[in-house]
Design a protein around this ligand. Structure first.
Ligand code: ADP
Length: 233
């Protein structure tokens, strides 16, 4: 049986987090928890949370910490995360979220934080050409489009440019990354959880780097064993 894992992937917008987290979730059989995807679903479904979140998303601003923490807490409560773990994409994004998350997770702890490192010039080019499926969030680009007519290869949804992939919102998101999220790198490094991985190269190349790090950790016996059903909270 593939052991579970509790992984966080950090990296600025366009570093390839979404693409890599999807792959890691398949390989380690853990749910891919993307707070951005969760929020976009809320906006699309016009839920009370979505109506509240929309203006933040459109401007590229961060949703208040309490709201995101409540959303993640509800997701962590589900059986799949309790028994298998998770790969977290886009969360935590502030020190307050990281502190709140540690509390939510107790007595468990994170296994590894993988920091995808990439030069800013490269992310700008990637973000401008990025296209996403409106329904399942699968990621494409103008150079690697879906096979048929901007229809998602995975679910048949419409593949579009994200509304917050405008020049202004991208700049705001990258600035917020530097001020709010980059401090998490030092935080997790101090806890001896952080591994920097280059995000430059093809998705396959980056994936190989990530899985080599995780597999090495796993073979060192680092991952938590599966929780038997009778011991689940
Ligand atoms: P990106 O990393 O390109 O900004 P995401 O899909 O991760 O894309 O996030 C899109 C938007 O969703 C963010 O700009 C922000 O408004 C909101 N968001 C996602 N995750 C969080 C979070 N952890 N805290 C606050 N806001 C968030």
């Amino acid at each position: 049986m593939v052991p579970g894992a509790r992984l966080i992937v950090l990296g600025k917008q366009g570093s390839g987090k979404g693409t890599q987290c999807t792959r890691l979730s398949h390989r380690y059989v853990v749910p891919h928890i993307s707070t951005g995807d969760m929020l976009r679903v809320e906006v699309k479904s016009r839920t009370p949370l979505g109506l509240q979140a929309r203006r933040y998303l459109d401007a590229g601003d961060l949703i208040p910490d309490e709201i995101v923490l409540a959303m993640v807490a509800a997701r962590l409560d589900r059986d799949d995360t309790r028994t298998r773990g998770f790969v977290l994409d886009g969360f935590p994004r502030t020190v307050a979220q990281a502190d709140g998350f540690d509390e939510l997770l107790k007595p468990a702890v994170i296994d590894l934080v993988l920091n995808l490192v990439i030069p800013t010039e490269m992310v700008l080019a990637r973000l401008v050409s990025r296209r996403v499926c409106e329904d399942c969030g699968a990621i494409y680009s103008t150079s690697v489009p879906p096979k048929l007519n901007w229809t998602c290869d995975v679910c048949g949804g419409e593949v579009v440019q994200r509304e917050d992939d405008t020049e202004e919102a991208i700049k705001n998101r990258l600035d917020l990354y530097e001020t709010q999220t980059a401090p998490l790198v030092a935080r997790y490094a101090a806890l001896d959880k952080l591994v920097d991985v280059s995000g430059v190269g093809t998705p396959d190349e980056v994936n190989l780097r990530l899985t080599s790090v995780i597999d090495a950790y796993q073979h060192g016996g680092g991952f938590f064993p599966p929780v038997p059903p009778e011991e689940r909270p």
